[in-house]
Ligand binder design. Structure first.
Ligand code: ACO
Ligand code: KIV
Length: 607
């Protein structure tokens, strides 16, 4: 017989996730190594003054958001765009403005804010919006990006036989006509940085590609992006395709050729690099490789391959990206999108710098270059002891703040105080507070949607005897704290039932996962949930228009705590807050209905 009582800030009932394999502390021996970006050439849409410079076009916010299950709020998109600017990508594809009012607003605010925040060295990212060839799409896209210092519109139409015949119901002549008219339309609006993509180029007739591309160049396109939309091609084929397009398309020498490689055969990074060897000087990619179906070329893989092997093996290619921000960008995208990074993912996976077996560990202890082709510091994973700061029970605010700044987080005082409080609680139970722990706490405190409901306390009674019961105390939107209880099939279910009865919105749990942040029984638990409106709330207003009006919108949330039930509750409340915030953004009357029912429920409980 077993039973337990778990309380916030008490360690009881902790179902710690499986301890991780032993790993060596990273960066202990080796001095911090950084890959310093070289000065980027001045931005001119259709020309790059250095033949070896490759533009990095990030499409995390557009193709990345097309990942099944990923949904980003406008605020999250803005935060990610700021991070991409810090990372130094040349172009940010911020969204598909015609897709929904939300998407339009997100692209517009990124254009206004990030697209005008010029860095000290004069760099500012180009802000791009995607558009079909339809005039209303083009107008909307231009409207969304035009306030950026460097605005771009990216228009596309499919050119493979199968797409033209079955999807578009157009003849090749109609497709060429649509493409040319679209480019001319953009020119007439005043847009001078125009990207054109022949969708499904990887399966299109190359001769038809030369023809349509020559026509859009004449009409005024400045970048020709060659998408391998279905991830069909092999690296040597894709390299050949790019080289042939450059050689056979009249006017190709006056524009930039770009790659956009999907990952259906796991070849997107290889194909992108092969494309660059074929003469492409823009590579489209996403953080963590997220994207439609199996995803897109992963920015961190492309950038690090060029940084490490560009000089020797890729004819001297280089990019303007600052790899030291890769780790924080990866974490932010994973947290916001709910798309967990697999542990063995190249560059950014949890195991990417972990060494498991004896022979490897022996080699690493003798010389880290035996098994590491890059140091973790290169991508921003500097270790605490490198900086001379060991975070623990006796650390103060200054040490925590300094470490956070080294990790890329400059928190305002209030947020720092909140993180510090939780750091101290953790340090009371955990001997070594690692960077991963600190990052989990920051994510939990800072990367949260606008707070509507706050968890104040939680207690669960569970075990093999009796009914699992949870009691929660939560502060509502009116600032009043209320307490209620719920029963469930297990402690997490009971906690969620109690939360539901206070918040009173109907939501279905679609996905739930828990990971330990570090190894050991005292590890922080990191929970991620995905929820969807259900019951009466599953109506029209909550349908995800971005995904073509066909799927129900979902909301992800994450939470971290030493206590697995508390971490689960925090994740659920974060997703609920996001859902309530979205409802508020969609319709003021709906929002009022939600908060009234939330408050009514709370008042009933209080009474
Ligand atoms: C390869 C890519 O990743 S392309 C980008 C894909 N991204 C997205 O689709 C996400 C955003 N999409 C959406 O929100 C919606 O699909 C919208 C708002 C764009 C359009 O919604 P709807 O008007 O309901 O159209 P729906 O999605 O059902 O069908 C697409 C229509 O666009 C047409 N179309 C597709 N590509 C193009 C193009 N490049 N230029 C012109 N028309 C096109 C299709 O033929 C179809 O037309 P039809 O309705 O006359 O048959
Ligand atoms: C819009 C284009 C570039 C695209 O995403 C694709 O073809 O995969």
């Amino acid at each position: 017989m077993a039973s337990c009582v778990a309380q916030t800030r008490l360690a009881g009932c902790r179902q710690a996730a499986a301890p991780r394999r032993m790993r060596l502390q990273r960066g202990v021996v080796r001095a911090a190594a950084t890959v310093e970006p070289r000065k980027r050439p001045e931005y001119v849409p259709n020309r790059i003054d250095d033949p070896n410079y490759v533009r990095i076009f990030d499409t995390t916010l557009r193709d990345g958001e097309q990942s099944p299950g990923a949904t980003l709020t406008s605020k999250e998109k803005l935060e990610i765009a700021k991070k991409l600017s810090q990372l130094g990508v040349d172009i940010i594809e911020a969204g598909f403005p015609i897709a929904s009012p939300d998407d339009f607003e997100a692209v517009r605010s990124i254009a206004m804010e990030v697209g005008n925040a010029v860095h000290d060295d004069g760099y500012v990212p180009v802000i791009c919006g995607l558009s079909r060839t339809r005039p209303q799409d083009l107008d909307r896209a231009w409207d969304a990006v035009r306030h950026a210092k460097l605005p771009r519109v990216h228009t596309f139409i499919a050119t493979s036989e199968i797409h033209m015949k079955y999807k578009l119901h157009m003849t090749p002549e109609q497709v060429v006509d649509n493409a040319v008219t679209a480019v001319k339309h953009l020119r007439s609006l005043g847009c001078t940085d125009i990207e054109f993509s022949p969708e499904d180029a990887g399966r299109s007739d190359p001769v038809f590609l030369y023809e349509i591309l020559a026509e859009v160049i004449k009409a005024g396109a400045t970048t020709l992006n060659i998408p391998d939309t279905t991830g069909w091609t092999l690296p040597h084929e894709f390299q050949g395709l790019i080289a042939k397009i450059k050689a056979n398309t009249p006017g190709a020498e006056n524009v930039i050729i770009s790659t956009h490689c999907q990952n259906d055969l796991g070849l997107s990074t290889a194909n992108s690099l092969a494309g660059a060897m074929g003469g492409a000087r823009q590579i489209e990619c996403t953080i963590n490789g997220i994207g439609e179906r199996a995803g897109n070329a992963s920015l961190e893989e492309v950038v690090m391959a060029i940084a490490l092997r560009g000089k020797e093996q890729l004819g001297g290619l280089y990019t303007g990206v600052r790899p030291v921000h890769i780790a924080t960008a990866s974490k932010m995208v994973s947290d916001y999108s709910g798309m967990i990074v697999q542990p063995h993912k190249a560059i950014v996976g949890a195991n990417a710098f972990a060494h498991e077996s004896g022979i490897h560990q022996d080699g690493m202890l003798k010389n880290r270059d035996t098994y590491e082709i890059m140091s973790p510091e290169t991508i921003g994973l500097a270790r605490a002891d490198e900086a001379g700061i060991v975070l623990g029970k006796h650390s103060g605010r200054n040490a925590l703040d300094t470490r956070l700044k080294q990790l890329g987080f400059d928190l305002p005082k209030e947020q720092l105080n909140e993180v510090f409080k939780r750091f101290k609680n953790l340090a009371d139970h955990k001997k070594n507070v690692t960077d991963d722990d600190v990052l989990a706490l920051v994510t939990d405190e800072v990367h949260q949607p606008a707070v509507v409901w706050v968890l104040e306390d939680l207690q669960v009674v569970c075990g093999s005897m009796g009914v699992p019961t949870a009691t929660v105390r939560m502060r509502g939107p009116d600032g009043i704290s209320r307490v209620t209880s719920g029963i469930g099939t297990g402690p997490v279910d009971a906690a969620y039932k109690a939360i539901d009865s206070l918040v009173r919105v109907q939501a279905e749990l679609v996905d739930y996962s828990v990971n330990s942040v570090t190894e050991g029984i005292e590890a922080l638990a990191n929970t991620r949930v995905v929820i969807r409106p259900s019951g009466k709330m599953a109506g029209e207003g909550y349908v995800d228009s971005y995904k073509g009006g066909k799927t129900q919108r979902s909301f992800s949330g994450s939470g971290a705590d030493e206590d697995i039930v508390v971490s689960s509750a925090r994740a659920y409340i974060s997703a609920l807050n996001k859902m309530i915030g979205y409802i508020g953004a969609k319709s003021a009357s709906d929002a009022a209905a939600v908060s009234t029912s939330s408050m009514d429920a709370a008042a009933e409980v209080a009474a």
